[in-house]
Design a binder for this molecule. Structure first.
Ligand code: 3HC
Length: 690
């Protein structure tokens, strides 16, 4: 796991633990032994720590968290580095994250390749750095620069790291050779620079800035235990000696590993990665080359999808039925790029390059050369059928034909072509150029290579593709529909929109369902219920009055003078009461906890049906979809993981009660949920029990 080569007085230790050199027990043992050997070897004057593969070190091995510790620990290895009489220089060729950066910071020098990225992303896993990161980073770059970096967890580029002082230099040529030279220079100097000994960046100004940042962070996220712990750990480093502060950090880290929030976030991390693997789809399934794309429809969705292609370097033709709509669509796209360039999120050259990759055309015949055609026309079966039947005669043989639909039957759309094996659904989320999630809808006859190519393309587009089967609304919207229905029912039974929204935001969503409805436009659901059926008496009455939400200044809430946050409207309260009376429903009050149960348990129940029908391959896929497409709080791990933490017996019991109280049989626990609840089991164990 650690290759050792001694040459010219330098021992080069190369970590080789694919895929990401995570510092698991075996690698730690090998590294500790190799360091010990190099330090003991009289022919060695200096040591270089390098890594095989694209990643330097992706951090501690997250799979070991919560398990009995195995020596040597990462802090043991860092102690060995601290005590080393010989200089150790890290040659960072790729990502140095978490424990990886902590390891590098305990070295006596750090050089990075231009491709390296460096960061302490522990916060995203609900923890804080646990191997000196909260101590060494502030000593290297100041607490005022280190704290925000650890608070967001976002890595920085090699160039930025050099500017900040995290690495000594960026090396354009042979990184290991440069590290050898640097290590020998340090050996010759007779002085071993250790980050732990530095205090030059711990200035009064930097401390003051950090104090303000910490106060603000804790205020912004008062329930995030790890944000509090991070602030405490950094402060310990300013008030106590290095060793005491490292011990304080370690204690915080250990406690956080047991925190349910961290468990949920770690679960979500692995669920997201597992979602990339589709059961039954062989790894070596052939892929079709995708060099060019065509997007049908220059609306918000089509434009956003075209931008994703252009951002990924894929030339794309945007197709409309008439010149005016095309021009408006392309102008919108250009405006978005101009905005990004103005904000500095892309350079002017990138803006030009990306705009240059997008070509407009009128008429479907322009889709003939594309390797993939993504239809993003109206959500209307007639329109989509017509397009696909025409496309069949236009697209080149072997082209992938994708429909961007949120609800519609992809099998029926595929059946309009003589090549259903080439057809699948790609459900992008709005705004498509921003949202990571894409539901990849595998239709009955979609060929494995078409699915595999689409999944690869999703990754190229910097998306998170999750494979789902065909049903109305797929995974996300099908479950959302359950929540919407439950929300309407709650209104009729006694809750008010602001009470429901407050309960949902307190649960962790950024927005409640009614504020969300107002933002998206109540006309959308209203039209779709007209087309597809479904009842939402309150939302339909509001939309029927032209109260479409924010865009008309009135919906569930009032938005006077273009306000973005709604205020309560007594007229809406009266409408709700009147409608309830018409339905003969006696109203009562609901507390937040009951509101959450009434809204979320039916979603979990639908999730169970989705699993049983094979629409999603595993509970983690459903959770990945809800966290990334619907803003489910990641620290609750998604609806299925959350249900496991609540206990499936409790969930099933409550659903039976809802069904009895409302007379709505569809609220009864799904067979899978009932089975798991009866067995005292969890969704997490589902594969084993199915
Ligand atoms: N521990 C265990 N497994 C890990 C891991 C880690 N730190 N990082 C990645 N993996 C696994 C993934 O689960 C995946 O496994 P799979 O192939 O079986 O699904 C595999 O490595 C490849 O991962 P990705 O698909 O994410 O690979 P990419 O090339 O896209 O990205 C990466 C590489 C940027 C390193 C990314 O994996 C990543 O962000 N990893 C996590 C980084 C992180 O959070 N580090 C901090 C860990 S906590 C820590 O260090 C505590 C310390 O302070 C004591």
């Amino acid at each position: 796991m650690v290759r050792q080569e001694v040459d010219g007085g330098v021992a080069v230790l190369t970590l080789a633990n694919p895929p990401v050199n995570a510092l698991g027990a075996a690698l730690r043992a090998a590294l500790d032994a190799a360091l010990g050997q190099a330090i003991a070897d009289d022919s060695v004057r200096a040591i270089v720590l390098a890594a095989a593969g694209k990643v330097f070190v992706g951090g501690a091995d997250i799979t070991e968290f919560g398990k009995p510790p195995q020596a040597p620990s990462l802090p043991d290895i860092l102690d060995r580095l601290d005590a080393s009489p010989k200089p150790v220089v890290a040659a960072i060729g790729g990502a140095a994250l978490g424990g990886g950066l902590e390891l590098a910071m305990a070295c006596h020098g750090r050089l990075a390749a231009p491709t390296a990225t460096l960061g302490l992303p522990e916060i995203k896993l609900g923890i804080i750095p646990g191997a000196g990161g909260t101590q060494r980073l502030p000593r290297l770059i100041g607490p005022d620069a280190a704290f925000p970096m650890m608070l967001t967890g976002a890595p920085v580029s090699a160039e930025k790291a050099a500017a900040l002082g995290i690495v000594d230099a960026v090396v354009l040529g042979d990184l290991v050779a440069a590290a050898r030279t640097r290590a020998l220079e340090i050996a010759d100097s007779g002085r071993l620079p250790r980050v732990r000994d530095r205090s030059d960046k711990l200035t009064p100004e930097a401390r003051e800035k950090f104090d303000a940042q910490a106060a603000e962070a804790v205020k912004r996220d008062p329930d995030a235990t790890n944000v509090h712990a991070l602030a405490r750990a950094v402060r310990a480093g300013l008030e106590q000696g290095f060793d005491a502060a490292v011990a304080a950090e370690r204690a915080e880290f250990r406690a956080l590993v047991e925190d349910p929030r961290s468990k949920a976030l770690r679960y979500a991390f692995f669920a997201e990665r597992e979602a990339a693997r589709v059961p039954g789809l062989a790894k070596d399934t052939p892929r079709r080359p995708i060099h060019t794309a065509a997007v049908i429809g220059a609306g918000t969705m089509g434009g956003g999808i075209a931008m994703c292609c252009a951002n990924a370097g894929i030339p794309v033709t945007v197709i409309e039925t008439e010149a005016g709509a095309l021009e408006r669509g392309l102008d919108r796209v250009k405006g978005l790029y101009a905005g990004s360039a103005k904000r500095g999120s892309i350079t002017e050259a990138q803006r030009e390059e990306r705009v240059g990759r997008i070509t407009g055309a009128v008429g479907l015949e322009h889709a003939g050369e594309a390797d993939i055609v993504i239809e993003a026309a109206f959500e209307d079966m007639g329109v989509k059928r017509a397009i696909f039947s025409k496309l069949d005669g236009i697209a080149k043989p072997g082209a992938i034909l994708a429909t961007n639909t949120s609800y519609l039957d992809v099998n029926a759309i595929a059946a309009m072509t003589g090549r259903p094996q080439d057809v699948l659904g790609l459900h992008f989320f709005s705004p498509a150029n921003v949202m990571r999630l894409v539901e990849v809808v595998r239709a009955e006859r979609t060929a494995p290579e078409v699915l595999a190519t689409a999944l690869d393309l999703g990754k190229r587009l910097n998306k998170l593709p999750v494979t789902v089967g065909v049903c109305f609304g797929f995974v996300g919207n099908r479950m959302l529909e359950r929540r919407s229905r439950a929300g309407e029912r709650l209104l009729l039974e006694g809750a008010l929109p602001h009470e429901v929204d407050a309960a949902v935001t307190a649960f962790g969503f950024r927005m409640g369902p009614f504020a969300m409805g107002d933002l998206a436009g109540l006309d959308i659901g209203w039209r779709s219920r007209k087309d597809f059926g479904g009842r939402a008496p309150i939302a339909d009455s509001l939309a029927g009055q032209g109260r479409y939400g924010q865009k008309t200044g009135r919906g569930f809430y009032l938005y006077p003078d273009g306000a973005r946050t709604g205020t309560r409207d007594p007229e809406v309260d009266a409408l709700i009461e009147k409608t309830a009376a018409e339905h003969g429903i006696a109203r009562r009050s609901f507390d937040s906890e009951e509101i959450v149960e009434r809204l979320m348990y039916p979603m979990v129940n639908e999730g169970a049906r989705i699993l049983e029908e094979g629409i999603a391959a595993r509970p983690g896929d459903i959770d990945t979809i809800w966290i990334n497409g619907y803003n489910w709080p990641a620290w609750r791990g998604g609806p299925m993981h959350w249900a496991d933490t609540v206990g499936l017996k409790t969930v099933a019991g409550a659903l039976s009660r809802f069904a009895a109280e409302t007379g709505d049989d569809s609220q009864e626990p799904a067979p899978l949920l009932r089975r798991l609840a009866d067995a005292g089991s969890r969704f997490a164990d589902w594969k084993a029990t199915a």
